[in-house]
Ligand binder design. Structure first.
Ligand SMILES: Cc1cc2nc3c(=O)[nH]c(=O)nc-3n(C[C@H](O)[C@H](O)[C@H](O)COP(=O)(O)OP(=O)(O)OC[C@H]3O[C@@H](n4cnc5c(N)ncnc54)[C@H](O)[C@@H]3O)c2cc1C
Length: 511
């Protein structure tokens, strides 16, 4: 893991065909499978499909190789990639229900995808990849785990980096829409190249990237596409809708790492603080568990909540714990001398959902992302229960022995941690949540997703149970965007399991 590989293709002349006026389709460079987006799901698919030497596979990634980013290897270095070239650096529209705040949405633009810079603390499952770190103390990602040097040496697999796919190309054969290939460029104004697929095109560009690419390719709500001057290929109203992302509320308690020293320690030994997980612990709860102290003794009864969990024993709240201060989603400056820890409360099954729409008809302009966080009061009420529970946990041993609960006006971000959970009113909690919630970093539901969700109806979903885009031949989607509902946990394991299963389905179908 982590060994360098110099054969990633970054010059499209090596693997694609330049689009010219005189070009005929017979001249276009062909692969059996064209996979768009070298992220968590894309790396799994590229590796698994190319296990069959009879298939030719190309994986096309907009970002650069993960090997170019030291911080993608350091388990605790994830936030150093935020706002770098490895980050799409999306942000939301002003969010009405959280004081009109605009919230940053980091997403991996790098081989390995968002997994390359997420907080290495995933839950649910223990696939080999989810060991997260190898024996050199380095972070594992889908690229490191699935695109090993052995896999990259297979002659039937090509991996292109730094190439943005601009649109999917279609043919209309006897009234059947057939996805035939994709166009790509390395820069906004550079020459256009294309590749074609003899079997299938598979979109794995993530919960924001996939709906964006579908929309600019003409697949989406007719009216919205026409307003942006995009030629409609297929009217599919659910593209970009149903965006669900849990917005956690962070509670800062009053000690960080001396990072330079820790970095040197990691570099020399692969050990010590930088080789640890960011989220060191997570606990899952039900918001209606009568044994948990969610309310104020003698206070008003709590509002009734709808049970949105996936079963009577399934959680709908998560509390996770980081032994460091994480301000402003990881890019906020920590005042000198301030030390602390962070805990977050995540609503695993939000009722509010938002959408992704086009700003312009170009893939090079960011889409408009509006998660509509807390537009449903239910979500504020459920998070309030979690925050009060967290405040109570912080006041029990052994925690309480390490935490300074005194208020200090110089550090307003410590405010909630200093409040007494037995007297803090629901309204004060709601106000804190509206002012301070940040993204859980996972659009698919707690975990960003559902923006191209699976279902039976063309009116409310985008792919069928075979992962094919409704009404299309040869176009599949396999990434966080297709989950029909949000997961009650962190998504990486589920995405990898889904991509493994999908690879088997595809291999079987094309025997
Ligand atoms: C900060 C942060 C922390 C997280 N922490 C955790 C965690 O602890 N545990 C957990 O389970 N999950 C976590 N997640 C969520 C998890 O990482 C993502 O849900 C998951 O990686 C999504 O996988 P994906 O394959 O759907 O998309 P991605 O991994 O995002 O892959 C999409 C890929 O497609 C590429 N792409 C997009 N558009 C194009 C285009 N037009 N042309 C070519 N390429 C394109 C992108 O550059 C990217 O590489 C975290 C996310 C973030 C942001």
């Amino acid at each position: 893991m982590g060994a360098s590989h110099s054969n990633f293709l970054s010059n499209p002349e090596q693997f694609a065909t330049r689009v010219t006026q005189s070009q005929t389709s017979s001249k276009v460079k062909e692969y059996d499978f064209v996979i768009v987006g070298g992220g968590t799901a894309g790396c799994v698919l590229a590796s698994k499909l190319s296990e069959n030497p009879a298939f030719t596979v190309i994986l096309i990634e907009a970002g650069r190789s993960h090997e170019e980013y030291l911080f993608s290897k350091i388990p605790l270095g994830f936030s150093k990639l935020f706002l770098s070239a490895a980050d799409w650096a999306f942000s939301t529209t002003p969010q009405k229900h959280v004081k009109d705040r605009v919230i940053r949405l980091p997403r991996g633009k790098v081989l390995g995808g968002t997994r390359d810079f997420n907080t290495p603390g995933g839950t649910l499952g223990a696939a080999p990849f989810l060991a997260f770190m190898d024996n050199k103390g380095q972070r594992s990602s889908a690229a490191a785990a699935y695109l090993t040097n052995n896999v990259l040496a297979w002659p039937n697999l090509s991996v292109a980096v730094n190439c943005c796919v601009e649109k999917v190309l279609f043919d209309d054969e006897n009234n059947t829409l057939l996805a035939t290939g994709v166009e790509l460029r390395t820069t906004r104004d550079g020459p256009i190249f294309c590749v074609s697929a003899t079997k299938e095109i598979i979109l794995t560009a993530g919960a924001y990237g996939t709906p964006h690419l579908l929309l600019v390719s003409g697949i989406g709500p007719r009216k919205e596409l026409e307003e942006k001057g995009v030629t409609v290929v297929k009217d599919l109203p659910a593209v970009g809708k149903n965006l669900v992302d849990g917005l956690p509320t962070y509670d800062y308690l009053a000690k960080p790492l001396s990072s330079l020293f820790a970095l040197v320690q990691w570099y020399i030994t692969g050990k010590w603080p930088m080789a640890t997980l960011a989220a060191q612990g997570a606990a899952f709860f039900r918001s209606d568990d009568p044994s948990l102290p969610y309310s104020v003794p003698g206070g008003k009864p709590l509002p009734d909540l709808v049970d949105l969990s996936s079963g009577s024993n399934a959680p709908d709240l998560e509390i996770s714990w980081f032994p460091m201060l994480i301000l402003d989603g990881g890019v906020g400056k920590i005042p000198p001398g301030v030390q602390g820890a962070t805990a977050r409360v995540v609503n695993l099954r939000p009722k509010s959902s938002g959408d992704i729409t086009l700003e312009t008809s170009s893939i090079w302009d960011k889409p408009i992302i509006n998660p509509k966080w807390f537009s449903n009061e239910h979500d504020t009420q459920i998070v309030a229960r979690g925050v009060r529970l967290l405040l109570r946990i912080a006041r029990t041993k052994p925690f309480s022995g390490f935490v300074d609960f005194r208020e200090d006006e110089r550090y307003p971000f410590l405010w909630i941690g200093t409040q007494d959970p037995d007297t803090l009113s629901e309204e004060e909690l709601y106000e804190f949540i509206r002012k301070n919630s940040k993204t859980a970093w996972h659009p698919v539901s707690q975990l960003e997703a559902c923006t191209a969700r699976m279902g039976k109806s063309e009116d409310s979903s985008v792919v069928n149970s075979k992962l094919q885009v409704h009404g299309m031949q040869s176009l599949k989607i396999i990434d966080a965007s297709i989950f029909p509902k949000q997961l009650s946990g962190h998504p990486c394991t589920a995405i990898i399991a889904m991509a493994e299963k999908a690879s088997d389905m595809i291999k079987e179908a094309h025997i």
